[in-house]
Design a protein around this ligand. Structure first.
Ligand code: CA
Length: 386
């Protein structure tokens, strides 16, 4: 319809209609001056630490870029405003607006928090994201943090980690007895059950603790991060796989009042920027762990070893006992655990015929001779019971 016909049809050509009304649709909307928000993000990582600290910086950058500078976030390394293990309290209490960390550090605030990073022998990164976004996990996480005045987002994933650096050979479960090791989450419960001693240390303290003999072993992340800390210089053996951390989710936590003070558009930017950062960190770790593993094995001659199957099987039993004990104390913890377990069983059936079947096939057909330093974890013949 031509404009003249439209005016005729609607009677808008009459004198009763002002020229201002006619002009209204083509006037540009009034742009309100943007309020600029300047936030602080504290982290549990050394400033700009590869992967983890860089992931926090990346998240801040995406939020800044997407909001065209309306939400500016300055990132602080561990110890700059608060120590690594006080990030939760700082954000919860509103000292700062945002934090980047891992929820299993906050087990003293509730055992359930650990589930949102990882469960030993549990979900991989891909499965964890599937549970969080499509299996009800994010809703449960928000519920867990609600009474702390926090809103969580998944904001990074390391992928499968490494079992860690040891100055003692691990040939059977007795070798864990008396072992002083830094290990977080429910993996720590399993080490305690194996009569080891759990030591809690932030990443930046690991090298000196292992060097001085204050600890006998430590896990950290994987080749990329472990190479950056130089742990190969002071440990004899590098064990895999990370039975205790098969796909650890890093978190962004936002003070609830600060979040609610944002316009809806900026809230959405925080949400979707976290989703980008979550995927990006996994991609970076996947790419750089491969390079770093090559460097560790071929340049630094690291002694890479699989943990014995019998040790892993015993640790699985210890983990199950620890989680069952915690879940029995609190219905919400039980609810979250049930959700993850149900999801794991369902996704495992799919991954048996997809990811696992493909990886096994690919290793046999393509790669078995290229990675001859990597011995698979195998179920060994067990001695007869008497
Ligand atoms: Ca770790």
């Amino acid at each position: 319809m031509k404009r003249r016909d439209f005016i005729k049809a609607t009677g808008l050509g009459g004198l009763a209609v002002s020229s201002a009304a006619l002009a209204a649709p083509v006037v540009a909307p009034v742009v309100q001056p943007h309020k600029t928000y300047k936030w602080k993000m504290v982290t549990s990582w050394p400033k700009n630490f590869p992967g983890l600290g860089a992931g926090a910086e990346f998240l801040a950058k995406i939020i800044n870029d997407l909001s065209d500078g309306q939400l500016q976030i300055k990132v602080y390394g561990a110890g700059e405003i608060v120590p690594a293990m006080e990030v939760f309290d700082a954000v919860s209490q509103g000292k700062v607006e945002m934090g980047h960390s891992a929820s299993y550090y906050w087990r003293n605030k509730g055992a359930v928090n650990q589930f949102f990073t990882t469960i030993p022998f549990g979900l991989t990164a891909q499965e964890m994201n599937a549970w969080l976004y499509y299996g009800g996990g994010m809703d449960l996480w928000r519920e867990a943090y609600e009474h702390h005045g926090l809103i969580p987002t998944a904001a990074g994933n390391t992928g499968v980690q490494m079992a860690g650096w040891f100055n003692r050979e691990i040939n059977d479960i007795q070798d864990l007895s008396g072992l002083k090791m830094r290990i977080p989450g429910f993996g720590a419960n399993a080490l305690t059950a194996a009569k080891g001693t759990v030591v809690t240390l932030a990443g930046g303290e690991l090298f000196s603790a292992l060097q001085s003999g204050a600890i006998d072993a430590t896990e950290w992340v994987g080749p990329y991060n472990d190479l950056a800390f130089g742990l190969y210089k002071i440990a004899k053996y590098y064990y895999y796989p990370a039975w205790h951390e098969p796909g650890s989710t890093m978190e962004c936590m936002i003070n609830k009042k600060a979040y609610e003070s944002l316009p809806k558009q900026l809230q959405n930017i925080v949400t979707y920027a976290s989703r980008v950062a979550n995927q990006d960190m996994l991609a970076e770790f996947t790419a750089k762990n491969g390079q770093a593993l090559h460097t560790l094995v071929n340049e630094h001659r690291v002694d890479l070893r699989p943990l014995p199957f019998a040790v892993l099987k015993q640790m699985r039993q210890y983990v199950d006992e620890a989680i069952r004990n915690e879940a029995a104390k609190d219905p919400f913890t039980q609810k979250v655990y049930d959700s993850i377990e149900q999801f794991r069983q369902q996704v495992s059936a799919w991954h048996d015929v997809s990811e696992r079947a493909y990886m096994n096939m690919r290793a046999l057909i393509n790669d078995s001779k290229k990675f001859d330093y990597c011995t698979p974890v195998v179920e060994e013949a067990r001695p007869p019971t008497v």
